[in-house]
Ligand binder design. Structure first.
Ligand code: FAD
Length: 520
């Protein structure tokens, strides 16, 4: 439904302006000398590297490198780290960041998608004790990893909602979706990494081999090294999924059921949820919930419903042999839940189509200039379970009742599935459960009304202000200064700084995150 509405709109999109590259002549000569030695380095074709999903920052690099192998990456990192220059380096996946995190003003962007290669090991090896895994390059896409693994009837266990993201980009953050409650985020399912550190050293690391680099890199926002290869655990892939959505009018009932569904006895394989407005708006109203648009009408919404509704989204995977029992199994799994019985919607699809469900949206919106052509002032938060009712009262029911302009996801995760040694910051404190709340707003062209970009950014600031006493953390974070970063990482900050000193002492890597300043 979102698609249909958006696809009727034509684009006239505004974006922030470019901060051009101005580099010292000596730095330019230094980079040119590398090009002369055979490095695939472009000084002219830098436009793509100034763009990302957010369309909020456009910083021009001095050059873009297209690596042919890990040696190229080691060479350029080593050369820049040893030079007496101000040059920095950003690995860039597909630039799906929202705030210039993969950009390097006046520096070098390494276009990781130039290096691809996926190898599936269905019988594993000695180190994995025969457990299957897949090895992929940092610039490979998750969708290609899935396709290659499915050829062996296998698949990774943990996902993001959208698969056209790179391995290196998501592993530098976390990679969260409806399977994370059971398997942890994508970074909890990595067996081994090959990393080029900020010193230009190529290191294989794992939980037992150079574990400090392994855990620092996963969720490390690209600060410690460039992920050139990752080994990811696989499991037997299901063939189909029964996909279910159910509406609630009461937040307490919605969260109780979600938390029950992510408990140890969880019967579903995937648990997510989202918020919709109690109106007929096809983007964020209740009509965006059913799989067939004709399956819901205003008459079905209970009269006592407030301005927003909550939609549980779950799946049960199954194989062809279970086809005759799946209806019964799903019915019994839904029986203890407290959604409105007349507001239950189901569909059935292949495992691949379910995982790649956003791609169809991408193709349609892209053809109308409404995919990566428009600004996305996204805000992702981790909210401790003990604060989520207050968050609902103070944010969801207040700030967001007017115009979401995009999906608003709310679903719980189990903290024990996030190894404490990973760099990624999650809410501190005793709560075992925290929620991901994702405000995935799209700034449609001016002529289509809706809030302005600056209003959306103000909304984000207001939400962050409300969140401060609630012990929330930003996911895919953006912070202004070191004080904010220190607060963000909390008890992990000292180790984060120590790791930076150890693996990237000149602070050349991932300058777009705005955490450390380049040292000569
Ligand atoms: P980039 O944006 O290019 O890079 C991200 C950061 O990682 C940058 O700092 C960059 O310098 C660094 N980096 C990139 N490659 C490497 C590397 N090889 N080694 C070291 N550092 C590197 N996230 C979720 O968790 N769950 C979701 O469901 C989800 N859905 C999404 C849906 C859409 C439509 C979009 C646009 C994004 C979604 N994301 C989701 C966010 C996504 O995980 C991040 O954007 C992530 O950064 C991956 O994007 P990328 O591969 O383009 O990386």
């Amino acid at each position: 439904v979102i698609l249909i509405l958006l696809s009727q709109i034509n684009v006239a999109c505004s974006s922030s302006h470019l901060t051009p590259s101005v580099i010292a002549a000596t730095d330019r000569m230094f980079l040119e000398s590398l090009a002369l030695q055979g490095m695939q380095l472009s000084f002219d074709n830098t436009t793509a590297a100034t763009k990302d999903w957010g369309k909020l920052r456009h910083l021009e690099p001095a050059a873009v490198v297209y690596p042919r192998g890990v040696e190229d990456i080691a060479t350029i990192v080593q050369a820049v780290a040893r030079s007496e220059s101000d040059l920095t380096i950003a690995a860039r996946g597909l630039g799906h960041s929202t705030n210039g995190q993969a950009q390097a003003h006046n520096g070098v962007v390494i276009q990781m998608t130039a290096m691809r290669g996926i190898r599936v090991m269905p019988l594993g090896d000695g180190a994995s004790k025969g457990a299957p895994f897949v090895e992929a390059m940092g610039g490979d896409l998750w969708v290609d990893v899935l396709k290659a693994s499915l050829e062996f009837g296998l698949a990774p266990k943990s996902w993001t909602d959208y698969l056209h993201l790179t391995i290196g980009g998501t592993l530098s953050n976390a990679g969260v979706s409806g399977q994370s409650f059971r398997h942890g985020p994508e970074i909890s399912n990595v067996l081994q990494l090959e990393v080029v550190t900020g010193k230009g050293e190529t290191v294989d690391c794992s939980p037992t081999q150079h574990p400090e680099l392994f855990f620092a890199t996963l969720g490390g926002l690209g600060q410690f090294g460039i992920i050139t290869k990752a080994r990811i655990a696989l499991e037997k892939a299901p063939q189909r999924v029964r996909w279910v959505r159910a509406l609630y009018t009461d937040f307490a009932a919605f969260r109780r059921d979600q938390e029950f569904l992510i408990s140890a006895i969880s019967p579903f394989d995937y648990v997510e949820g989202f918020v919709v407005a109690n109106n007929a708006n096809p983007i964020n109203g209740w009509s965006s919930v059913p799989f067939e648009a004709s399956d819901i009408s205003e008459a079905m919404i209970p009269g006592h419903a407030g301005p927003i509704l909550y939609c549980l989204e779950v799946t049960k995977a199954y194989s062809a042999a279970d086809l005759h029992t799946i209806d019964e199994v799903v019915e019994s799994m839904l029986a203890p839940l407290n959604f409105h019985r007349e507001l239950l919607f189901k569909t059935d699809t292949s495992y691949f189509k379910f995982l790649d469900r956003l791609h169809e949206t991408e193709v349609q919106l892209s053809s109308r200039g409404l995919w990566d052509q428009i600004p996305h002032p996204w805000l992702n938060l981790f909210v401790p379970a003990s604060s989520i009712e207050r968050f609902d009262m103070l944010v969801l029911k207040k700030i967001m009742t007017q115009d979401f302009s995009g999906p608003l996801l709310v679903y719980p995760l189990n903290k024990s599935k996030w190894d404490k040694r990973l760099s990624v910051a999650v809410p501190e404190g005793p709560d075992e459960i925290f929620y991901i709340v994702a405000f995935l707003r799209n700034k449609l062209p001016e002529l289509d009304g809706g809030p302005t970009l600056s209003t959306m950014l103000e909304d984000n600031d207001n939400i962050l202000r409300v969140c401060e006493p609630l012990r929330c953390k930003q996911y895919l974070p953006r912070h202004q200064d070191r004080i904010q970063w220190k607060r963000h990482f909390g008890s992990k900050w000292d180790l984060f700084v120590q790791n930076k000193q150890m693996f990237d002492p000149r602070a050349i890597l991932s300058p777009g995150q705005n955490i450390f300043s380049r040292r000569r």
